[in-house]
Design a protein around this ligand. Structure first.
Ligand SMILES: Cc1cc2nc3c(=O)[nH]c(=O)nc-3n(C[C@H](O)[C@H](O)[C@H](O)COP(=O)(O)OP(=O)(O)OC[C@H]3O[C@@H](n4cnc5c(N)ncnc54)[C@H](O)[C@@H]3O)c2cc1C
Length: 511
């Protein structure tokens, strides 16, 4: 959501997110925590005055705002552990924070808690070109890893569009994806080992630099755990060789459903492109005047399909993809002829969010995942919702893995439009579940989608999630109120949203 989306936010927050401590700071509690942290943190690493904590009040989902009680900016792992131990003693919630680019409110502060910024953990500690790994601190920016190893012909593959700013700690906590994750895997497939601090201040090492790790696979639990299991203080990530050649195909379709079917056809043909992204007409119309990428403005949808490898592999794969796209009814096909042209084709897709920001005061970026074959049908339903909610929506997707990013345009200065935007977004999420998908692809659950998790999982599964959390953090101090809804909240939500006549969690009392 664009930065102007604050108006009316606290009202919405109070309606939906019953966080403790919303409102005035508990001065005594604040003093007690600050006094304890001051014993070892220098002044410049500790903020508690309102004018200093205000910049931390939200992450990329600016519709939800909450002043943290205290912001701590440690510089060493020992300091992180000591902060966590003090919070444990005083039963104070901790919200880890990377760059704050998250789009689901995962790093939204807690009003009675410490916002633990890892911004000062910004060093690449070691690069091993033979093992093709990098040992990094969590506050290192995603793109900074690739920049640091470019001279070795290597790079870090997962590439969220926010990669210039977002940190590897945030990427691990969200299991972030990007254009090239279709072929190279999400963050989970590109992280080997994580070191971190548990909620009682113990240091743990999870995973291994070897291909397999002994014991339970805790790495798979920690990746994507949204700051609720450990505070990550170090990570070993994989590096991959830069491909010798990359080329991208831009294909036009006169119908979005045909575009969606073409995506499914490419995968069905046994091709895993390096990236496969789709944009609908409202998205290309927003982008083209901004970036001049050369997009076909008559097309109902355009598909960008990238191939990488040796020149021979790329030539062969491009031919195969072209023939599948032809067979799927593409009305125009262009192949990049130079690196400059390839970057120009991608520049439009990468600038889709800011481009929409130019034509609407605010936009709300949804994130849901659906089976590829249902893409066309879901797009048609979203277009019907535009009429129902009286709001425009541009669609961009990581089409290869069915990850939708509808950009709902609204005006944050109009509270009614804010509510309609939220409801529009929630209906898209519920539709994603109904067609066999999930409520999140890569942006996490945070506070934004916590209710939809009640739709997606039954009580027994949610209880299993809580059991995992309790095993790491019995007191529930790490990032409370995010990612996993309590059954009581699901009961309330189920009462509000009865789908198909079925009351969710009927066994629980309604209040
Ligand atoms: C314009 C734009 C484009 C985006 N494009 C993509 C995209 O293509 N793909 C994608 O996946 N995401 C995308 N995002 C979302 C966001 O950038 C990612 O979720 C990113 O991984 C967040 O990283 P961060 O450092 O900003 O983390 P934050 O926003 O600071 O935190 C995110 C979560 O991680 C936790 N966390 C952060 N650091 C730590 C740590 N050291 N230990 C434990 N927990 C921690 C926080 O508590 C929070 O739950 C986009 C965002 C924007 C604004």
């Amino acid at each position: 959501m664009s930065p102007t989306a604050a108006t009316g936010a606290s009202r919405l927050l109070a309606d939906r997110i019953p966080l403790e401590g919303v409102g005035r700071v508990d001065v005594e509690r604040q003093r007690s925590v600050v006094d304890a942290l001051r014993t070892f943190l220098p002044d410049h690493c500790l903020l508690w005055r309102e004018e200093d904590t205000r910049p931390y009040e939200c992450d990329g989902l600016t519709i939800y705002r909450q002043l943290p009680m205290v912001v701590a900016l440690p510089e060493t792992e020992d300091e992180v552990a000591r902060i966590v131990r003090i919070c444990h003693q005083q039963q104070v919630p901790i919200v880890p924070r990377g760059a704050g680019t998250g789009l689901s409110g995962g790093a939204l502060p807690h009003g009675r808690g410490v916002l633990l910024s890892l911004a000062k953990f910004n060093r690449i500690l070691k690069v091993d070109p033979l093992a093709r790994t990098a040992l990094v601190q969590p506050g290192v920016r995603n793109l900074a890893i690739s920049e640091a190893v470019a001279h070795l012909g290597l790079y870090y593959a997962p590439d969220p569009s926010s990669q210039i700013a977002c940190t590897i700690g945030g990427n691990i906590a969200e299991n972030s994806g990007g254009v090239h994750c279709l072929k190279y895997g999400l963050t989970l497939q590109n992280v080997l080992r994580v070191r971190g601090v548990t909620s009682d201040g113990a240091i743990v090492e999870i995973g291994s630099e070897a291909p397999d790790a002994a014991g339970y696979d805790l790495l798979s639990l920690v990746v994507g755990s949204e700051g609720m299991l450990v505070v990550i203080t170090e990570a070993t990530v994989k590096l991959v060789p830069k491909p010798l050649k990359q080329q991208v195909i831009m294909a036009s379709f006169d119908d979005v459903e045909k575009g969606g079917d073409a995506v499914a056809a490419v995968i069905a043909a046994g091709i895993i492109p390096a990236g496969m992204e789709m944009m609908d007409k409202p998205a290309t119309a927003a982008v083209e005047p901004f970036v001049k990428a050369g997009y076909d403005l008559d097309a109902e949808a355009i598909l960008l399909v990238e191939s990488d490898g040796t020149p021979e592999e790329v030539a062969e794969e491009i031919d195969r993809i072209k023939s599948v796209l032809d067979g799927s009814g593409a009305t125009r096909i262009a192949v990049s002829n130079s690196e400059a042209e390839r970057l120009r084709f991608w520049a439009g897709r990468k600038a889709a969010f800011p481009a929409v920001g130019r034509i609407s005061p605010d936009y709300y970026c949804m994130d849901g995942t659906i089976p590829r074959k249902r893409l066309g049908e879901v797009l048609k339903a979203i277009s019907t919702m535009e009429g129902k909610y009286r709001l425009r929506c541009a669609n961009v997707f990581h089409a290869g893995d069915g990850n939708l990013h509808p950009l709902i345009m609204f005006d944050a200065n109009d509270p009614d439009s804010v509510v309609r935007a939220e409801q529009f977004g929630f209906e898209i999420l519920e539709l994603s579940i109904a067609v066999g998908g999930t409520v999140t692809g890569e942006h996490g659950v945070g506070v934004e989608k916590i209710h939809q998790l009640c739709q997606q999982f039954d009580a027994a599964t949610l209880e299993a999630f809580f059991a995992v959390r309790r095993a790491f953090d019995p007191a529930g101090l790490l990032n409370p109120g995010k990612a996993i809804p309590t059954l009581a909240r699901c009961a309330e939500y189920g009462r509000m949203h009865v789908h198909g006549g079925a009351l969710k969690f009927p066994e629980l009392p309604r209040y």
